[in-house]
Every structure is written in C-alpha cells, then in structure tokens.
Design a binder for this molecule. Structure first.
Ligand code: KIV
Ligand code: ZN
Length: 513
C-alpha cells in the first residue's frame, strides 16, 4: 500500500449521529449555529443530518449547506434511490457537497435487519454508490457494523464501492465492540487488501466499551485519514468517539502518529460549551479536555508540583484548548504552598505568624465547606487575621424606609464613621435601591454592586432574611452578609459590611479609596 498523506480529516457528526442520542433534538437554527462554530474550529467535513429521515433533517442539511463555505457538508443516505436523491436535493446549494451512503455488512445485520443475502447487499451498495456519484463527485461509502463483518466480504464490498466511484471508504465500529490492537490490525488488513490509491480511509467508532477514541487513534496508525467523531462524544447509546480527545491525542502524542489535523484546538472549550448549551446535555466535570476539572488540581502534592513546574501534572496547557486556565482548587487536600500562593495572588502580605493562623483557619473552614472561594479567603483574612481597623468602620445607627402604593420608595439612613454621624435620604426604584442610594451619598467613593442575593432561612413567617452582597471598587472586591428578621435591614447590613471590608482590603493592599 502507498503511504497515506499526513493529514487526518476531521468528520464531525454531532448533528447527525450526535443528535441521534436519546433526548437530543436540535432545530435548524441551532444546527446552523453549531455548523458556524465547527467551521471556525476548522473541521473538514460536517455531517448535518439524514435528509430522508425527516423534514427537519432535510431543512437542517439544506440550511447548513447554504451557510458554511469551507468544510464539505455531508448528508447521510441508505442505498435506497429515494434517500440518495433527497440527500442530493438537500445538498444542492453546498459549496462542497458529499453524499454518505451506507449499508450494513455484518451477518447479523444482513440476516435480521436487512433480510438480504450478501450478494444482494453487494448489488445495493453498487447501485447506491453509482447513483450518488451521478449526483456529486464526493461520495462516501460506509459498511455499517464493519467490525463484526467478515473480512473477505468487506474487502469485496469496499473494492466494489471504490470501483463504482466512492471517494471515501468508512469502516464503522457501529456497536463499539472492537479492541484497539485488534482494530488497528483489522483496518490495516482491509486497507492493504483493497489497495486503492485514490480513496481516503475513514473510521467511525462508537463508545459502548469506552474505547471509541482509542480505536479511532489505532485506526490512524493503520492508515485511516478521516476520523468521524462528535463534540463532547455525543451519539447513539454511549456516544461516538469524542473529537476533542482524538485531536488532542494526535497532537499531544505526535510522536506516535505520522499525521496531524487542521483543527484550531483553542476553540474546543467554547465549542463544547455551545453544544452542551444547545443540546441540553451537560459535560461531565472530569471529561477529558473540556470538563471543568480537566485542568483543576486539588491534592496538596499535585498543587505543590504545579507551582514548581506545570509540566509535573499537565500534559497540555489549558490555553491550547481554550479552557479558562489551570485551577489550583483550594480545598481540604490543599497544602500550605498553594494557600500562601493564593493569598499573595489576592494581594495580601501576611507576617509569618498571620500566615500560620490563616492556614489553620483555612483548614478548619475546609472541613465545613467543600468549596472555599477567593471571597471566603478574603472574608476570613479580614475578620480573623488582618481585622478591620475601628476608625475606618461604618456602623448603621438608624434607618427608615417608606414604601407605598402611590409614591416612589424612599429611604433615610444614618451611619456613624469614627466620631461623625451622617444622615442621608434618597428615592429609588425599590426600598433596597433607595437605601443603597442613601448610603452612597454618605460614602466618599462609589463602589459598584456586582452581586446581590437574598433568601429566607426557613419557610416560616418569622424566618430570618439573609442578604449577600458583593461590591467592587477599582480591582478590589469584597463581600458582605447581613441577617435580620427585617429583610431590608439585612440588605443594608450586608452592604455596610461589604463597604467595611472594601476599606480593609484596600488598606491591606495599599490602595487609596
Ligand atoms: O454507527 C454507524 O455505523 C453509523 C453509520 C451510518 C456510519 O453511524
Ligand atoms: Zn454511528
């Protein structure tokens, strides 16, 4: 066999096989949005649907074909005449149309599903490929359930398909049954025995045993130069091989493959998010490449290693896949090194003694709380370690809020600051807005309210109201919490606490307010 070229074409079937997954339904607008993103990502072929299967699929293929210019757009078809002509019509406006014709070749599928003899399957394949080729020059032929088919029969059917004009020959592991080393040898045998120079060999692996990606990569080693896959590994049953894993496998272990892809890998994270949003299928946190934990490290030993050299625990950078960045997640497994680093990153210079007590308090907090955020760290540094200086504190002395059905809500607030007491009043869109406007009149600076939440601590009428506020000024953020049986008072107290923290953080970071 001639050596295959060094490009692995990425054939995305998120909108065809991916959409076949239970409970996924994408409308034409959503498919067009995904197609645009796949074009930006740099995929070579987009399989937009199975036009004869439903008017919705027809419409989606028609619209995607009109929309994208660079990738080939494929429509799936059985060998039936009607399927192929409908696919051709749906693709009529595509810059690069492909008809993807398939028929099953395994004994179990031929006997029980198709109820055809192998000779009849050969005839079907021949007729289907010839008809597709009379419509477009780009025709893919797939032998469904190839991995459970007889090798001699496969060689016969693929040879025939190539002679009838198929330009891509696809070897699907339809039920995810293959094992990587076996599949590599299987593909190599077929490719060598069919021995056609001008065809591109492709694979399409399902994930029933969790081996879809491994089998796809094994096939590349055997000479496959097209891989069919989906974003986030969506697809029938346990899904299809995941595109991001295949591409990053080829890239990260380039030493194992004589082939590269044309994908802009920095778009993986955003593409995964878009597909997850539109399909409603969340990405599991530990999903390779695009899961939120894929670049997150919690164990103290790992965090220490990462701080010394990122290559200790990361084999690719988060930037290379467009992920937000390495996250040294602070939790009960984190060590002193990572904690001190975070405190410094937040802008605090602690003395040796402060640093020891801060770490002790952090560990106590981790036992109570699974996620310790930067805001939590700042809060306890302020409350327990650095502490707010009394003269910079604002204290609530008095407040009155009027809300009526007629006029606008008004609030009057009295705050003490050192020896001075100041009262201001304001009108707002609601009682809380009025109160916050009155407070802003008293302050000498104007922080921005970036988060505001209120909740009742129980369902009873006398429940405590709890308010949570985050304020920002310059680059400093501070949170405040307030609780009271009067929810307005709780929101005022939360705001004032956040203001006080803002002062303390600013002092600790030597920022003037
Ligand atoms: O899994 C499969 O065999 C398929 C074919 C239609 C390629 O999806
Ligand atoms: Zn499939």
């Amino acid at each position: 066999m001639e050596r295959p070229d060094g490009i692995v074409r990425i054939f995305d079937t998120t909108m065809r096989d991916g959409e076949q997954a239970a409970r996924i339904n994408l409308n034409t607008g959503e498919k067009v949005q995904i197609a645009r993103q796949l074009e930006r990502l740099g995929v070579d072929i987009i399989e937009a649907g199975f036009p004869a299967s439903s008017p919705g699929d027809y419409d989606a293929v028609l619209n995607v074909a009109q929309e994208v210019k660079t990738p080939v757009v494929a429509g799936l078809a059985r060998t039936r005449e009607e399927d192929i002509t409908v696919a051709g019509e749906a693709l009529r406006n595509a810059a690069h149309p492909r008809i993807h014709v398939f028929i099953a070749t395994s004994p179990i599928h031929m006997e029980y599903k198709l109820k055809l003899t192998p000779a009849e399957v050969l005839k079907e394949a021949e007729r289907g490929v010839r008809l597709a080729r009379s419509i477009t020059n780009d025709v893919e032929f797939s032998a469904e359930d190839a991995s459970r088919s007889d090798v001699d029969f496969l060689v016969e059917v693929f040879t025939l398909a190539a002679e009838c004009g198929a330009t891509t020959l696809n070897i699907p592991d339809t039920v995810g049954y293959a094992m990587p080393s076996e599949f590599e040898a299987f593909c190599r045998t077929i490719i060598n025995r069919v021995n056609k120079r001008d065809v591109i060999w492709s694979v399409h692996c399902h994930n029933d045993l969790g081996l879809g990606v491994a089998n796809s990569l094994a096939a590349v080693r055997a000479g496959a130069r097209q891989v069919e896959c989906t974003i986030n590994g969506l697809g029938e049953r346990a899904g299809n091989a995941s595109m991001e894993e295949i591409v990053m496998g080829l890239r990260t272990r380039a030493d194992q493959f004589e082939a590269v892809t044309r994908i802009d890998t920095t778009k993986f994270f955003s593409t995964s998010k878009l597909v997850s949003l539109l399909t409603g299928v969340p990405v599991q946190p530990n999903k390779a490449i695009v899961g939120i934990n894929a670049f997150s490290h919690e164990a103290g030993i790992h965090q220490h290693g990462m701080l010394c050299n990122k290559a200790t625990y990361e084999i690719m950078t988060p930037e290379s896949v467009g992920a937000p960045g390495t996250d040294l997640h602070l939790g009960k497994h984190s060590g002193r090194h990572a904690f001190n680093e975070r405190v410094e990153k937040l802008g605090y210079q602690l003395t040796g003694e402060q640093s020891v007590s801060a770490f002790e308090y952090f560990k106590e907090l981790c036992d109570k709380k699974k996620d310790v955020s930067d805001g939590d760290i700042e809060a306890f540094l302020m409350d327990r370690i650095i502490q707010v200086t009394p003269e910079s504190r604002y204290d609530l002395k008095d407040y009155a809020v009027t809300v009526g059905s007629g006029g606008k809500p008004t609030a009057s607030i009295t705050l003490a600051h050192g020896d001075t007491e100041t009262t201001e009043a304001a009108v707002g869109n609601g009682p809380v807005d009025a109160a916050y406007k009155a407070i802003l009149k008293i302050l000498t600076f104007s922080p921005e309210l970036t988060e505001f939440r209120i909740r009742a601590t129980s369902e009873l009428a006398d429940a405590l109201g709890e308010a949570h506020v985050i304020l920002r000024y310059k680059d400093i953020k501070a949170q405040g919490r307030g609780a009271s049986t009067d929810i307005i008072e709780a929101t005022i107290r939360a705001y004032i606490e956040a203001v006080n923290r803002l002062y303390s953080v600013a002092a600790a970071k030597e920022v003037t307010i």
